[in-house]
Every structure is written in C-alpha cells, then in structure tokens.
Design a protein around this ligand. Sequence first.
Ligand code: GLN
Length: 254
Amino acid sequence: MQRIKLTVHHLYADMMNLYGDRGNVIAIKKRAEWRGIPVEVVDVGLGEVIQPTGCDIFLFGGGQDREQGLLVDDLSGTKGADLKTIVEDGGVVLGVCGGYQLMGHYYETPEGEKLPGVRIFDMYTRPRKLDESRLIGNVLVRVRAPEDASSGTVREIVGFENHGGRTELGNVEPLGKVIIGHGNNGRDNTEGARRLNAYGTYLHGSLLPKNPWLTDQLILSALRLVDDTAELEPLDDATEQAAFSSVVDRIAGR
Ligand code: GLN
C-alpha cells in the first residue's frame, strides 16, 4: 500500500529560525521516516505561495523584531489568509515565539509599530514596558491531555524562552500552564495558545526534539486529515526522554 507522504512547510525558513527552531523540522521528519512515512520539506519564503498537499504540517519559527517586520507585508497578503483557512479546516500549524506572535491580531514592537497578525488566535502581543525585562530562561509547562491520550492524561513540555513581547489571550485556550518560567506574559501563568490543530508557543530549544509526544501529536493529526484510522507505532524514546528529564532536573534545581 502506498504510504501517505507528509509535507512539512517551513515558513520563512531563512528568516525565522531563532535558537535552532529548524530542529522542529528535523524532529518531525525523522520521527515520521522512522515509521516509514515519506516526508518532503518545503521552504516557503517571501513571495512564495503555500501549496497544501492534504497531509501537511506548517511551521513558523521565531525571529527578531527586524525579521518580523520584513515578512509582515508578505504574510498580510494571501499567505496569511491561506494559513488561517488551513487552520479553520483542521490543518496542523506550529508557531514558535515570533511566528506565534504573528498568529494573533498583532505584534506591537518596542517602537510602537503594530505588525498585523493572521488572526488564527484571539490574542495580541504588546511590547515590554521600560521597567519590564525580557522573559528569558528554561520553561516547564503542563499541557492539557491531547485527544488521543486516555482522559486525564497530563503532559508536560520543556523549552527555552527569550522574548520581550507580552502576549495576552482573548477567547482562545492556552497551550498550557506555566510550572516553571514565564510563558505568555510572566503574569497570568499561561503559555502559548491552542485552537483546533494549531499550536503556538514561546518555547524554543528547539521544542520538538525534547518533547516527542508533541511531535507525534502533530504527525498523527496531519495523517488523520487523510486517514482517520491512522496510528503511529511507538518508538524507543529513551534519548528524547533523557533530554527532557535533564532540562526538567536543571530548571527544578535537582
Ligand atoms: N521579537 C519577538 C520578541 O522579542 C520574538 C522574539 C523571538 O522569536 N525569540 O518578543
């Protein structure tokens, strides 16, 4: 039987790739290929059109204010509208930090410029106040159980944050609750946002290699858009779990 090909669309790959966010592309590619799922990675740069194949994951990495400003005109055109439609249709999107910020209504720079977002999440990001520092450090987040887990399962993710922006959520679920670290704004204990199969987070690191269950959640969601009976056979995640635990131990001071 012909295996479904997974296409990973890496948005602004050469501009939005802070703190190794490209590792998220590699984690998805390897965890799919280890299961015999063919993967194609497509860089979607300035002026290039998003071309979904039916089994897709869209990644939007982090970037400094300058890069966000350079791409926002491109995003505000059909590309942003296409991305929003993809999410409304259940498409799988992961936005990290600067990419996450542009999934809301706007990202306001320290200079007061409001960069328009694609409005996937009901949220906005304001700049830090003069007496507020950047939110930097390792983060541990408790995430509500993903759909494929038995009810009540609590998951955790770890990563590294470095952002000045403070994100305020409106009518949208947070990705999770901050256990250690700052999260969306360092005040309300929320981290990230989640709607349908769209995820946003401040966690760099890169995020996915140390959080294999989330990587598999993205892959499974993409496969099930084509075949709702799709399953993923388990992998030996000893190395990934060791990486996860080492970060947890470090930030918990153990
Ligand atoms: N420029 C944004 C901020 O500082 C996002 C930074 C990032 O992607 N790490 O909040």
